[in-house]
Write a protein that binds this ligand. Structure first.
Ligand code: BGC
Length: 427
C-alpha cells in the first residue's frame, strides 16, 4: 500500500550509512578471507586488494556523509588488525580505530560499531574455528579488549554481523546442505597458506552452517556480557540477515522450518539484548517443495534476488514480534548501475519502515548499505551498492544523486510520498 502523505519520522530516528572493514579498508592481509581470496581455485571473483583504501581515507568519508546530512556511521573493527597474533594486541591498530571513532564525533556522527563482520584473523579460525568451542574464549577476549580501549566512543555495539547467514543461505537454497565431506580445494590451499590444519580451519561461511549457527549464538551471548561488563550503558545487539520469508499456499511448513533453523535461535537469544539489527535486501518465497526462485514478472537485481523493497517491512515485523526488543535497521540497500532504481528502492523500503512506526513498532534507525561502492565478497567489485561511487584506479569518491536525496531525508526527517522520477509502479 502506498503512503498518501509525506511521513515525518520521529526526531530521535537515526539516519546512517554502513560499511565493513574488510570491504572498504584494503590490505587486510592477516585475515582468513585474504587467504581465501588468494588461494588457487578460489571462489572469489577477485581479491579485495586496496578496497576503498578507507584505512587512509576515513576522514574524507566521514566528513562527506556528515555533510550530506547523515547522523550516524556503522563501521566494523577488524579483529585481524587489532589482534594479528593470538594475545598480541596492536596498540597502533587500536589507536587507529580511536581516531576513526573520534573523527565521527567531531563530525556529529554516532558510531555504530560491529565487532565481527565476516572476517577473522587467520590464526583465530584454527582448532575448529567458527564450528568449535575455542573461538568462544578467543572472541570474548578480543571483545573485552576492544570495549576497554574504544567502548567509550561507541553509540551502539553489534557483536556479530549476520551469524545466521550460513544457515539462511542453506535453507533458502543458495548453498548446499552440509555434507560432512572434505573442504573444497581452495579452502585447503588457503589454510595451508596460513600454516593451519585444513581439516580444522573454519572461517565464517566455510564449513557446517548449522554447527556455526550454534557456536555463534553462544559467541554472541558471551560477547554481549563481556561488552556490558566493560561499559554497562552501551546498547549491545546482534545484526541478522532477515530476508522476508513468504509462503505461497502449501509452503507454510517449509517457511516455518527455514525460520526455525536459521533466524529464530538468534531472535530468541536477542530477548535480553538492547536491540536487534535487521538487515534485509529481498524476500524468499517457499512452496511445498522448498524455496522458490523469483516470481514471474518480478525484476531480479544483479545479486540474483528479486527487487522487492517491501521485504524490509515484513522482516522488521517478524524480528520485533519474536525478540520484543527495539529494532535498528542496520542494513538495507540495492546494487544497481541505475541510481534512480536505488532511490525507488529506498523510498519504498522507507514507506515500509513508516508503516511499522505507525503501527507502534519501536524502529530506531535506518542505515543504508552501503556508503561506498565496495568489495562485495565472492562477487568482487561488480555489484555497486554505494551512495558514493569509487574510482577503482584513483580512489576518487563521487556522491550519486541518491546520496543527496537520502541525506536530505535524513536532515529533514520527512519522507516524500513519491521518489523523484520514479518509473516503477508501487504495488
Ligand atoms: C552483509 C554485507 C554485504 C551486503 C550486501 C550483507 O549480507 O552484511 O557485508 O555487502 O549484505 O550483499
Amino acid at each position: 500500500m502506498a503512503n498518501t502523505e509525506p511521513f515525518k519520522f520521529p526526531a530521535s530516528f537515526v539516519w546512517g550509512t554502513a560499511t565493513a572493514a574488510h570491504q572498504v579498508e584494503g590490505q587486510n592481509v592477516g585475515s582468513d578471507f585474504w587467504a581465501l581470496e588468494h588461494a588457487e581455485g578460489t571462489f572469489f571473483r577477485e581479491p579485495s586488494g586496496d578496497a576503498c583504501d578507507q584505512l587512509h581515507r576515513y576522514r574524507e568519508d566521514i566528513a562527506r556523509i556528515a555533510d550530506l546530512g547523515f547522523g550516524a556511521y556503522r563501521l566494523s573493527i577488524e579483529w585481524a588488525r587489532v589482534e594479528p597474533e593470538e594475545e598480541h594486541f596492536s596498540r597502533a591498530a587500536l589507536d587507529h580505530y580511536r581516531r576513526v571513532l573520534a573523527c565521527c564525533h567531531e563530525h556529529g556522527l554516532q558510531p555504530c560499531v560491529t565487532y565481527h563482520h565476516f572476517t577473522s584473523p587467520a590464526w583465530a579460525v584454527s582448532d575448529g574455528g567458527w564450528e568449535g568451542a575455542r573461538i568462544l574464549d578467543r572472541f570474548a577476549r578480543y571483545c573485552e579488549r576492544v570495549t576497554a580501549d574504544l567502548g567509550d566512543l561507541m553509540a551502539w555495539a553489534c557483536t556479530l554481523n549476520e551469524p545466521n547467514l550460513p544457515a539462511s543461505l542453506v535453507l533458502s537454497g543458495v548453498l548446499p546442505e552440509p555434507s560432512g565431506k572434505a573442504p573444497p580445494p581452495f579452502v585447503v590451499a588457503a589454510a595451508q597458506r596460513c600454516g593451519q590444519d585444513p581439516s580444522t580451519w573454519k572461517p565464517f561461511l566455510v564449513g557446517d552452517a548449522f554447527r556455526m549457527r550454534d557456536v555463534m549464538v553462544e559467541a554472541h551471548l558471551r560477547a554481549r556480557d563481556v561488552i556490558h561488563a566493560g561499559r554497562s550503558d552501551l546498547p549491545v545487539g546482534v545484526t541478522l540477515a532477515i530476508q522476508d520469508h513468504v509462503a505461497v499456499p502449501g509452503g507454510e511448513d517449509r517457511r516455518r522450518d527455514a525460520l526455525e533453523r536459521s533466524i529464530l535461535p538468534f531472535l530468541e537469544a536477542a530477548r535480553d539484548d538492547d536491540f536487534v539489527g535487521v538487515q534485509t535486501y529481498s524476500r524468499t518465497r517457499f512452496g511445498s517443495g522448498g524455496p522458490l526462485g523469483a516470481e514471474a514478472g518480478v525484476p531480479v537485481t544483479i545479486m540474483g534476488y528479486e527487487f522487492w523493497p517491501e521485504a524490509l517491512e515484513g522482516a522488521i515485523r517478524y524480528a520485533a514480534e519474536i525478540s520484543g526488543v527495539p529494532i535498528l535497521v542496520t542494513e538495507n540497500g540495492l546494487a544497481t548501475e541505475d541510481d534512480s532504481e536505488r532511490i525507488e528502492y529506498v523510498q519504498r523500503a522507507l514507506q515500509g519502515v513508516a508503516r511499522c512506526l505507525q503501527s507502534g513498532i519501536d524502529v530506531r534507525s535506518y542505515f543504508y548499505w552501503s556508503m561506498l561502492d565496495n568489495f562485495e565478497w565472492f562477487h568482487g567489485y561488480d555489484p555497486r551498492f554505494g551512495l558514493i561511487a569509487v574510482d577503482r584506479e584513483t580512489q576518487e569518491r563521487t556522491p550519486k544523486p541518491s546520496a543527496t536525496w537520502l541525506g536530505e531525508i535524513a536532515r529533514s526527517g520527512v519522507l516524500p510520498t513519491r521518489a523523484p522520477g520514479s518509473s516503477r509502479r508501487t504495488p
